[in-house]
Design a protein around this ligand. Structure first.
Ligand code: F6P
Length: 536
């Protein structure tokens, strides 16, 4: 399965940097020569489970050709093949990023076996009506995907109460445990590494809480990890430990048993549906020609918006409350993957890379920050997401929701000229002087880039397809920028520093521990000051 990355390392190291390529220069020129789309353009791409409307992105035939040439010179076809074949595409960690295998119809035998084991475990818990409460403890990729699926499909209420505890903030654990019946609470520890401080410490609090209630803590724990020995040593019974593999990146792990909580909350069928949708999107990504390939087209638009037009952020606007958790999910996926400025050869990429991702479901977002999107000095590209059909029985609400989404998008695309704004003011009866002044406040620049992603309805299949769309969009941008989208060294550094500082914050911590590990003096003046202030 795994080809070690020597060959690829060499190829990557020898590849010219992006900005040295004539194909990059041609791409930039083509973007600059293209106009923001406004009128009379309809550019739809049909993909499994969804349609992406690209009408709100820069476009020209020259840009299409330049995009194809750029992908070719970056070896996109080969990189994509290596990703999908489970080869070691994560070069800095020398391992594959083979999340697609977890949902492939012909998944590896070990994946199928573990899935069958988890499904049987869930079936037996369901048959016994066990676990009225689930406390899911995990962080980052061991948390967001599960939260997303549970809130997407459990929004009307569940017979099992599900709570999530992620942060090291003790209030999170306190709130997570409060009011639950320890005898009927399953604590799910999700951690690929089983070394994550937050998860282990929160797990300890849950263990103490169970023990204090006279419950044998072992029986009420399950774990999902790529390090089963650690989980067993920690105290989770072997039969309650489910595994994932080193070749699954943390932020791609919801396709594994990390979604045990999802299965207990909203059923294993939901997971099967999500896998089917994602697998269909994988096939589309692998086979569709560039011009009809939704994730690849989104990636090219992402590079246009970030690296050429200079947009520093990307707004995610799901017009569906059930998708509120999609925002942090994509935030981690995109920012942990593309928040890099060095290419695979170790050189500066030379252009701005991953944007800051942020957002909120509509229409709440309209009453929070859409003003900034419409008339702020920067603005941001927006991914609008909506479902054609709703699953409630108030059609007027759904029509209004859809109308708001379309209206906001149209306003961002078309804008409103000063002349139009002035004419409006005059029509409202303002005198010409006031109309001319007010028009400057009421005009919209327009031309803001956007995607509109339309799901027929929110189902496990369409959600799975949507998540795989984003995964492949992120991967393709990584290929164009020449970076490793599967590592996260920046996060690791902060974790190491925190381990040193936490010792220094202990009430009896000496200025130096004598072992040369860390000392207050090793920190900057401000950090030293606050260590002194916050110690205790
Ligand atoms: O934030 C860094 C990170 O390593 C993420 O990539 C990962 O999803 C998260 O920590 C949790 O890691 P683990 O699943 O190993 O506890």
């Amino acid at each position: 399965m795994t080809r070690m990355p020597d060959v690829a390392m060499t190829a990557a190291a020898q590849a010219p940097s992006l900005t040295e390529l004539p194909e990059w220069d041609r791409f930039v020129s083509a973007v600059r020569a293209s106009a923001p789309r406004t009128e009379d353009v309809l550019d739809l791409v049909e993909a499994p489970g969804l349609t992406v409307d690209f009408s709100g992105q820069r476009h020209s035939d020259a840009l299409d050709a330049a995009g194809r040439a750029l992908l070719e010179v970056r070896g996109f076809d080969e990189q994509r093949a290596r990703l999908l074949a489970g080869e070691a595409v994560n070069l800095t960690e020398a391992r594959p990023a083979w999340h697609t295998a977890l949902r492939a119809p012909d998944a590896p035998a070990e994946v199928l076996a573990e899935r069958a084991r988890m499904d049987a475990w869930v079936r037996s818990a369901d048959a016994e009506r066990r676990w009225r409460n689930i406390l899911h403890i995990g962080i980052g990729g061991s948390d967001w995907g599960v939260r997303l699926a549970v809130s997407a499909f459990g929004y009307t209420g569940l017979w099992r109460q599900v709570r999530f505890v992620a942060s090291i903030d003790g209030h999170a654990a306190q709130g997570g445990l409060a009011g639950l019946d320890p005898r009927d609470t399953l604590v799910v520890l999700a951690s690929k590494s089983f070394t994550t401080a937050e998860t282990l410490q929160n797990g300890e609090r849950a263990r103490e809480w169970l023990a204090a209630a006279g419950v044998d803590p072992r029986a009420n724990f399950a774990a999902i990890t790529a390090n089963p020995e650690r989980a067993v040593a920690w105290g989770v019974p072997e039969g309650n430990v489910f595994r994932l593999w080193d070749w699954v990146g943390g932020r791609f792990s919801l396709w594994s048993a990390v979604s045990l909580t999802t299965a207990l909350a909203v059923s294993a069928d939901v997971l099967a549906g999500m896998r089917a949708g994602a697998a269909a999107m994988d096939q589309h990504f692998a086979e569709a020609p560039i011009e009809a390939n939704a994730p690849v087209r989104m990636a090219l638009a992402g590079v246009v918006n970030r690296s050429v037009l200079g947009h520093g952020s990307l707004n995610i606007a799901p017009y569906d409350s059930r998708l509120a958790q999609l925002v942090p999910y994509v935030q981690q996926l995109d920012m942990e993957s593309l928040g890099k400025s060095v290419d695979l050869a170790g050189r500066p990429v030379g252009v701005p890379t991953g944007p800051a991702v942020w957002g909120m479901p509509g229409t709440d977002a309209q009453h929070t920050f859409f003003q900034w999107l419409h008339q702020g000095s920067d603005g941001a590209p927006v991914d609008f997401i909506l479902c054609r059909a709703a699953d409630h029985h108030w059609p007027a609400h759904h029509r209004a929701l859809l109308a708001n989404c379309l209206a906001q998008r149209e306003a961002l695309m078309r804008g409103k000229t000063q002349e139009q704004a002035r004419a409006e003011c005059l029509a409202e009866g303002l005198d010409p002087e006031r109309a001319g002044w007010l028009a400057r406040h009421r005009m919209h620049p327009g031309g803001r880039p956007n995607h509109l992603i339309v799901l027929p309805r929110l189902s496990p299949y369409t959600l799975g397809a949507l998540l795989a769309l984003y995964e492949h969009r992120v991967f393709t941008q990584g290929v164009i920028w020449g970076i490793d989208p599967f590592d996260q060294w920046g996060v690791e550094y902060g974790k190491v520093l925190a381990r040193g500082i936490v010792d220094l914050l202990a009430p009896d911590a000496p200025a130096t521990d004598g072992a040369g590990r860390d000392s207050v003096d090793a920190h900057d003046a401000s950090t030293r000051h606050w260590i002194g202030q916050l110690k205790g």
